[in-house]
Design a protein around this ligand. Structure first.
Ligand code: ADP
Length: 256
């Protein structure tokens, strides 16, 4: 509920206090709205695989003994939807602050082999080319943070670049004034200007039908942003429809 101050009586200080209070109320209301939307989206995403599992399980109960093909199909769907559910719950968990495998560990690690190894394993699983280049051909780049989470961040960005493009994916690494800059670039479908401001929102997909088929729940970039923020860094996505996208991550070399 907003405070209304009588113009003619209120002195400037009281007016300022009232305005600050009203702004706080607006922000709180906005936070509650977002939280509600998050719960609604999460429930929806959890419900879809659960409904499929439920339907196939009841089909199994009725027809499993008499129809081999149906049994195989049902078991396959149940296994794959369960995997989807597991991934979704893991992703939801990594978006909460109660997950303590974070930058608090603050280990020293070498970014170059971490990027190389992550790119190598994604090259194998995707059978696509991923090129890694570092400024001055750096062979090592010591930094602090949580290497497990930085790897997860790289996987999300490279996986998106692979998902939304057919051509080679480029990763560039450089250091500027103790800030590590990682760029993941693709020459893919790009993102429409109106979608770009929302891509870091939880559960946001710019093309819902297409992306559901590709398996994304629209949580990848939200998790990426969460990891970057925990490392006191920044992340942005530059994109041009039909030309490609570049994710730019800036991380302090030492995460305090
Ligand atoms: P998803 O799991 O759907 O990929 P993300 O949070 O990673 O979710 O991305 C949100 C949306 O942003 C995607 O659904 C896609 O529409 C868009 N997007 C993200 N990265 C790229 C990219 N490299 N090229 C084109 N679109 C992208």
């Amino acid at each position: 509920r907003h405070i209304t101050l009588p113009d003619n009586q209120a002195n400037d200080e009281l007016m300022m206090l009232g305005n600050t209070f009203n702004r706080m109320i607006d922000r709180l209301q906005d936070m509650f709205r977002k939280q509600e939307q998050f719960l609604a989206d999460a429930s929806h995403e959890l419900r879809t695989p659960l409904t499929i599992i439920e339907s196939y399980a009841s089909l199994l109960r009725r027809w499993a003994s008499s129809n081999d093909q149906l049994r195989e199909e049902a078991l396959e769907a149940i296994v794959s939807e369960s995997a989807q559910l597991k991934l979704l719950t893991q992703n939801l968990l990594s978006l909460t602050n109660t997950n303590r495998t974070n930058c608090e560990q603050n280990t020293e690690f070498d970014l170059i082999p971490l990027v190389e190894q992550t790119a190598a394993s994604l090259r194998v699983t995707s059978s696509r080319d991923i090129r890694v280049q570092s400024e001055h051909n750096m062979k090592e780049l010591p930094m602090t943070g949580d290497p497990y989470q930085i790897r997860q961040l790289l996987i999300i960005l490279i996986d998106n670049a692979l998902k939304y493009s057919q051509k080679i994916v480029d990763i560039r690494i450089c250091v500027q004034e103790k800030q590590v800059i990682i760029k993941v670039m693709d020459q893919g479908i790009g993102i429409a200007e109106e979608d770009l401001p929302h891509v870091f929102d939880r559960f946001y997909r710019s093309d819902k039908a297409r992306n559901r088929k590709q398996g994304g729940a629209g949580l990848g970039l939200a998790i990426a942003q969460h990891i970057v923020q925990k490392h006191l860094g920044t992340i942005e996505l530059l994109s041009s429809l039909g030309v490609g996208s570049t994710a730019i991550v800036t991380l302090p070399q030492t995460c305090q």
